[in-house]
Ligand binder design. Structure first.
Ligand SMILES: [Zn+2]
Length: 163
């Protein structure tokens, strides 16, 4: 299992509380931990069928970040994957990327896990550092329903145009 903090494959990793979140980290990253997580006492007698699916809270993205007469900009839906893919393309570890944009490694990990929505500032830094576009235009129709603009700028487009 890869370390959730630096993303490296690691042996002897363990769970730890980092920045209030339970994460599986490698021995290198355990130094970021606030407190070690105790092994859960009851785990053996849970039948496999009852494994609970953790449904992530579907957060409605805030629409009021970029307002411009019916045309808004919003984070692309798979922003966390875009960040991770772009980082790996540049062969950066989460620590290295965090260092470059002045964010902590745990912040990068949370962003890539989709647990943390980047601030406008962080988006700008990530876009600059990774050469990706994390925002897309949202068209607001007169009826008030919103649809995502077609033909948005994707990571795939970027890779094509880069060459
Ligand atoms: Zn690690």
């Amino acid at each position: 299992m890869p370390c959730e903090l630096c993303g490296r494959e690691c042996k002897g990793g363990r769970e730890a509380i980092i920045d209030g979140a339970k994460m599986f980290v490698c021995p290198d990253c355990i130094k970021y931990a606030e407190a070690p997580v105790q092994e859960e006492p009851v785990r053996t007698n849970r039948p496999p069928q009852t494994q609970r699916f953790i449904v992530k809270k579907t957060q409605k993205p805030e629409r009021d970040i970029y307002k411009d007469k019916g045309m808004e900009k919003d984070l692309v839906s798979n922003w966390n994957h875009l960040i991770e893919q772009a980082r790996k393309k540049k062969s950066l570890t989460r620590e290295e990327l965090g260092f470059k944009i002045g964010e902590r490694t745990v912040t990068i990990a949370k962003l890539e896990n989709g647990d943390l929505r980047p601030s406008d500032q962080t988006i700008a830094k990530l876009e600059k550092e990774l050469g990706i576009s994390l925002m897309e235009e949202i068209k607001t129709s007169p009826t008030g329903t919103q649809t995502r603009a077609q033909g948005g700028f994707t990571l795939g487009d970027f890779i094509k145009t880069e060459k």
